[in-house]
Design a protein around this ligand. Sequence first.
Ligand SMILES: [Zn+2]
Length: 150
Amino acid sequence: MSFCPNCGKKIEGDVSFCPSCGFSLKGEQKNSSPSSSPGKSKIKSGSGSNTKTYMIISVAGLGALALLSLMIGDSLGFIIAAALCAVLYFLGMKKFEEGEQDSAKKIFLIVAILTGVVGLAILLMGNFIGAIDILIAIPVFMAWNEMEKG
Ligand SMILES: [Zn+2]
């Protein structure tokens, strides 16, 4: 049992209009909870652990590339990959763990660019190893990006 909001007369049954004054009752019905967006709290993903993951992938990737170069007898490739791997590990990852974010960030950016550029050059020379180089540059760059964000 309800009453017309316009004229106040009793309304019986489920009707769209008030039988007394013709007031539209459907329009007067309460809007069922206007989809209140509960302001999704952005879950801050642990940027530290993300950074670490990318760093480990980067170092492992360069290490694997150094090994691969050694196996196929590419001494220059081995030296470059091993050097970049060492720089990334000792100057990048270690610095990061010691809390020297800025130094680590620079190292990772430099290595990302170097790895990418060297990879592209090697690829243009017709060596497939270059493609691997470029692939490895991605997690190195991602590690830098994570540090840049956080
Ligand atoms: Zn009415």
